[in-house]
Design a protein around this ligand. Structure first.
Ligand code: HPA
Length: 251
């Protein structure tokens, strides 16, 4: 398995179990990434970790330098990226503490730099984005989770909102009518920038609350923290299974 990058979101600001761990600051032409990168090994696989919101969880979704982050991971030699992201569950099967591998997304963000192909172009470049997440990487994650007898939900549409506030109940109804099953704030432009850099990118969404209006009158931040903790244990198990599987079924 080539170098595996893990982007940690809310609830996952460090990986505790890496061997031979060291940190490195990577400079990019796009400014500073969210955090220095942590390098190490998991089950013998080279892993590089980035904290999307910074190690102290100080950078909100609309202020993340997505360009610098993706560039830094490419520069670090990553080929596969698992983007862990906290989300709200809209579809009834996607309850708090589940982990989901979405296969589609809808982008509702605005004012974020969406592309590396903005200025100084030799020619206008469009990328294919029909399937925003890497099919082969999703397959590998699925296979590893199944081998570990974990529940796999791998059909879901991720709606990416601007944040940092959570949505209104009416906004969630609209997202539901649009076909969204999950809602988060960081999936875009991250996925598109990864595609532009030809990185294999898959999202591992951790449901930390029911989206607004789905259940109850308000969303409790304390509950979000508790569900994030439970979900991250599953992410940890998935990562261990994936790196273990890579020895059995090398890619
Ligand atoms: N909405 C948007 N982003 C989120 C949510 C939510 O309900 N929960 C975690 N990230």
């Amino acid at each position: 398995m080539s170098t595996l990058a893990i982007i940690g979101g809310t609830g996952l600001s460090k990986l505790v179990c890496l061997d031979d761990m060291h940190k490195r600051v990577i400079k990019t032409p796009y400014g500073e990434p969210s955090s220095p990168l942590t390098f190490g090994k998991l089950n013998g696989v080279d892993v590089v970790f980035m904290a999307r919101h910074g190690y102290g969880h100080t950078i909100p979704p609309h202020r993340i330098n997505y360009q610098a982050n993706m560039w830094a991971l490419k520069e670090a030699g990553a080929e596969d990226i698992i983007a862990v992201a906290a989300v709200g569950g809209i579809h009834q099967t996607m309850s708090p503490s589940s982990i989901i591998l979405p296969d589609q997304l809808i982008d509702y963000t605005w004012g974020r730099t969406q592309t590396f192909f903005e200025d100084d172009l030799a020619k206008v470049t469009h990328i294919d984005f029909t399937s925003p997440y890497s099919k082969p990487l999703r397959e590998r994650i699925k296979r590893a989770m199944k081998a570990d007898k974990m529940t796999v939900i791998d059909r879901a549409v991720y709606g990416c909102t601007q944040g940092p506030r959570l949505e209104t109940a009416a906004e969630i109804k609209k997202l539901e009518r649009d076909g969204c099953d999950l809602v988060g704030m960081t999936g875009m432009p991250e996925a598109a920038l990864a595609r532009e850099l030809e990185l294999n990118y898959a999202c591992c969404a951790v449901v930390v609350n029911w989206a607004a209006g789905i259940e109850g009158d308000e969303i409790s931040m304390n509950h979000i923290e508790a569900f994030a903790e439970q979900g991250m244990l599953k992410v940890d198990a998935m990562l261990k299974a994936l790196t273990r599987e890579s020895h059995i079924n090398p890619v």
